[in-house]
Design a protein. Structure first.
Length: 285
């Protein structure tokens, strides 16, 4: 038994085992170096992301809103309706019982007419529905499925969310509070009906918020300390919002006009009061 024990102790490792140990050691050293390097690279990247969010909170909030909306719409059309609740699925990722089913069929019909006879058959507002005209463009260029409109719908919803946050910021003066206060609008389940389906609400709400945001910018005019073109940019924002609202709802233009009238009256009264106070102050001294 002793010779066998001595023989086992005196046995030398084979060359293959030694080479395997060397390779394992080199691999462990490589893993350590790569982890250290990735940690060094990751820290500045994380810091850059934090700095960007801190210095550009509304821009970051837009992209977060866009990604959330696009992901939710894609989940509803691809997973939720077809596989989880198929009894509510009308086909093509659309919900049963909504106007969007008819809008989709109209868009498909116009896209087929464009493919057969050319773009001369395209109409922006077939039967008064601009969302159908926009959808037919995407259907003609890409594929006749509602999911191709998800980026556009997500962009409209994200724009409306950020505009709401910015208007709340004008009122409160706190960016973080305004962003948190705008989250219910972003996350409200009912809003999924207009960003996951073929609907006009996304256009209308984004356009209405553009008009309201433009008037609130004009309400900030108190002197010459504002940047050049501030008033012109605000007017262009109001015009863009009015055009977007009128694109999908004719009566929406009247609503925007009434809102603009009240804003103009209030601003005129405020300017007159401010001008009177300044004149009285100058006359006193």
């Amino acid at each position: 038994m002793l010779p066998c024990f001595w023989k086992a102790l005196s046995r030398r490792p084979s060359p293959h085992a030694a080479l395997r140990d060397v390779r394992a050691l080199e691999w462990n050293m490589l893993l350590v170096r790569s982890s250290v390097l990735s940690r060094r690279l990751r820290q500045p990247m994380i810091q850059k992301i934090k700095n960007h969010i801190f210095h550009h909170p509304f821009q970051s909030f837009f992209w977060m809103s866009f990604c959330f909306t696009a992901g939710a719409a894609l989940f509803i059309q691809i997973v939720l309706l077809p596989h989880l609740i198929p009894r509510l699925h009308a086909g093509h990722g659309l919900l049963v019982g909504g106007d969007w089913v008819g809008f989709h069929e109209m868009a498909v019909s116009q896209a087929q007419a464009i493919s057969q006879h050319g773009w001369g058959r395209w109409k922006l507002r077939p039967a008064g529905h601009a969302q159908v005209g926009v959808a037919s463009v995407f259907y003609t260029i890409l594929v006749a499925e509602p999911w191709v409109l998800i980026p556009l719908n997500a962009c409209l919803h994200a724009v409306a969310t950020v505009l709401l946050a910015r208007m709340l910021w004008m009122i409160t003066g706190h960016r973080s509070i305004s962003i948190v206060a705008a989250l219910p609008f972003l996350l409200y389940p009912t809003s999924a009906a207009w960003y996951s389906q073929l609907h006009k609400e996304g256009y209308f709400i984004a356009g209405y918020f553009l008009c309201l945001f433009g008037w609130m910018r004009i309400a900030q005019l108190r002197g010459a300390h504002l940047p050049r073109g501030f008033l012109l940019a605000s007017i262009l924002v109001i015009l863009a919002g009015t055009l977007t609202v009128g694109l999908v709802r004719d009566f929406g233009v009247k609503l925007v006009a009434v809102m603009g009238f009240f804003f103009a009256v209030i601003l005129t009264i405020r300017l007159l009061v401010t001008h009177t106070k300044d004149r009285n102050f100058n006359a006193t001294f």
